[in-house]
Unconditional design. Structure first.
Ligand code: PLP
Length: 453
C-alpha cells in the first residue's frame, strides 16, 4: 500500500534538497514521486505510468526491475553486501575488472573503481597528473578541456568543466585549464568541416606551444552530452588522439555518458578506433542499477605507479564503497545481457527506426537541428529557423516541452533549448514509436501551440 501522496510531498518539501534544481520553483509545483519501475516505464505513487525517456539521466540500459539483474543482486546479497577494496579484494570486483578489460579498447588493462562519473573523472585527472610526477617530469601540470564540457560536479571535474552557468561561480576554487572549441557544426559558419578544422587547429597550436606544461586532454568522445548532445564530425576524435600522442600529452576519454552501447558501439571511442590512455565509465555500467564507476588505465600509466614502497609512488586515492560487490555483481549481469540480447546490434537498428520517426520533425518551423548518435538524441529548438536565433533562456522552452511530455506520459529533462531523448537501450520499436510520438507532440505544442507563457 502506498504512502499518501500528500504526506510524501510535504516531507519532500520539508527535507529534500534536489540536485540541479531551483527549489523555489520546485516547491511551487506538485512533485513527481516515483514508486516503482517496470521495463521502460516508471510509476508514481498515484499509479500514473511514464516512459523513461531519458533513462533516468542517461543510465538505464535494460529497463527497470529486470529479473536477471534483480537475481544477480539477490545472489550477491546473500554472500556479502560490501567489503572494502583497500588492500583486499572481492569476487565480483575481480570478475568485472576482467570483463571490462575484455570489452574496452585494446591496451586498457587496469581498472580502478569508484562510485560516480565525477569521482571517476577526478581519478583520471589525478592519475594523469601523478603519472608525470612519478617519472620526474615536473612541468606537465595543466589540462586541456573543451568548450561547454561537462565532466561532473566535484571540484576537479568542475575545473575541467566549461559550462559557465554551472561552473563560473566556482572559478576561484578551480585549477586553470586550457579550453579548445568542441566542434558544433550547427553553430559554426564552416559547418562540420569548418568546425572540425577549428578544433584541430586550436589543439595543434596549443600543443605546439605548450605541450611541455600539459598533462592531459579530457574529452567527451563523439557526443558532448550536457552541452546539448552535440555530435563530433567524423574523424575528429581520432585526429585529436593522434595529436596528443605526437605531443606526449595523455588522452582521457570520459565515456560516462557515451559508454555501454549508447552510441551503437560499446564505447564511443570504438567508433573511431581510438585507445585512450585513461577512460572513465559510469552511468550505464550497472545497467542503471547502482552507483559504480571505473577509470581504466593502460599498463604504461600503471607502471609509473608501480615501485618500491619507499619511493612513495602509490596512488593515494580511494572511496569507502570502491569496488562494491553488489554494484559489481549487477554490472557483470548487465554485461552478460549485452551479449545474450545482442544489445549493440539492437541499438543500431533502433537508432535507424528513431531517426526515421523523428525525420518529419525537422520540417517544423522551430526545430533547428535533430542530432543523433545511436540512442542519444538532442533536438535543438530555435526561435528563428533561418537565422538560427535561439530562444531566450528565460523562455524556458526546453523545460516547457519536457513538462508537456510528462503530461503526455514521458519523462525527460532538457538541456537549455535542447530536448533530450535517451531511451533505455532495451526499448522496443513499439515503445519507441509511442515515445517519439509524445516527443513530437510536446515540441509542436510548445513551439507552435502557444498556449503557455
Ligand atoms: N561525465 C559525463 C560526460 C557526464 O555526462 C556525466 C554526467 O552526466 C558525468 C561525467 C558525471 O557523472 P556522475 O553524475 O555520475 O557524477
Amino acid at each position: 500500500m502506498s504512502k499518501s501522496y500528500e504526506h510524501l510531498a510535504a516531507l519532500n518539501k520539508s527535507h529534500v534538497w534536489h540536485p540541479f534544481t531551483q527549489m523555489k520553483d520546485y516547491n511551487n509545483e506538485d512533485p513527481l514521486i516515483i514508486e516503482r519501475g517496470e521495463g521502460v516505464k516508471l510509476y508514481d505513487v498515484q499509479g500514473r505510468a511514464y516512459f523513461d525517456g531519458f533513462s533516468s539521466v542517461w543510465l538505464n540500459v535494460h529497463g527497470h526491475n529486470v529479473p536477471e539483474l534483480n537475481q544477480a543482486l539477490t545472489n550477491q546479497l546473500e554472500l556479502v553486501a560490501h567489503s572494502t577494496l583497500l588492500g583486499m579484494a572481492n569476487i565480483p570486483a575481480i570478475e568485472l575488472a576482467e570483463r571490462l578489460v575484455q570489452i574496452a579498447p585494446d591496451g586498457l588493462n587496469k581498472v580502478f573503481y569508484s562510485d560516480s562519473g565525477a569521482t571517476g573523472v577526478e581519478i583520471a585527472i589525478k592519475m594523469a597528473f601523478q603519472y608525470w610526477h612519478n617519472q620526474g617530469v615536473r612541468g606537465k601540470k595543466s589540462f586541456i578541456t573543451m568548450n561547454q564540457a561537462y565532466h561532473g560536479d566535484t571540484v576537479g571535474a568542475v575545473s575541467v568543466g566549461a559550462i559557465p552557468l554551472y561552473h563560473e561561480v566556482f572559478r576561484p576554487l578551480l585549477f586553470q585549464s586550457h579550453t579548445i572549441p568542441y566542434p558544433y557544426p550547427y553553430r559554426h559558419d564552416g559547418g562540420a568541416e569548418g568546425a572540425k578544422e577549428a578544433t584541430l587547429n586550436a589543439l595543434r597550436k596549443l600543443l605546439e606551444a605548450r605541450a611541455d606544461e600539459i598533462a592531459a586532454l579530457i574529452v567527451e568522445p563523439i557526443v558532448q552530452g550536457a552541452s546539448g548532445i552535440v555530435v563530433m564530425p567524423e574523424g575528429c576524435l581520432h585526429e585529436m588522439a593522434e595529436l596528443c600522442r605526437k605531443h606526449d600529452v595523455l588522452f582521457i576519454a570520459d565515456e560516462v555518458a557515451t559508454g555501454f552501447g549508447r552510441t551503437g558501439e560499446m564505447f564511443a571511442c570504438d567508433l573511431e578506433r581510438v585507445t585512450p590512455d585513461l577512460m572513465v565509465v559510469g552511468k550505464g555500467l550497472t545497467g542503471g542499477y547502482l552507483p559504480v564507476a571505473a577509470t581504466l588505465a593502460t599498463d604504461e600509466i600503471y607502471s609509473a605507479f608501480y615501485a618500491d614502497y619507499q619511493e612513495q609512488k602509490t596512488f593515494f586515492h580511494g572511496h569507502s564503497y570502491t569496488g562494491n560487490p553488489l554494484g559489481c555483481a549487477v554490472a557483470l549481469a548487465s554485461l552478460g545481457l549485452f551479449e545474450e540480447r545482442s544489445m549493440l546490434e539492437g541499438v543500431r537498428t533502433k537508432a535507424l527506426f528513431v531517426q526515421k520517426r523523428l525525420a518529419p520533425l525537422s520540417d517544423r518551423p522551430h526545430v533547428g537541428e535533430i542530432r543523433q548518435k545511436g540512442l542519444m538524441i538532442g533536438i535543438e529548438l530555435v526561435r528563428d529557423k533561418d537565422s538560427r536565433e535561439p530562444y531566450e533562456w528565460g523562455e524556458r522552452i526546453g523545460v516547457r516541452a519536457s513538462q508537456r511530455a510528462r503530461e503526455l506520459g514521458m519523462l525527460t529533462r532538457p538541456l537549455g533549448n535542447v530536448i533530450v531523448f535517451i531511451p533505455p537501450l532495451a526499448a522496443t520499436e513499439a515503445e519507441l514509436e509511442e515515445m517519439t510520438e509524445i516527443l513530437a507532440k510536446s515540441i509542436v505544442h510548445v513551439t507552435e501551440g502557444g498556449v503557455r507563457s
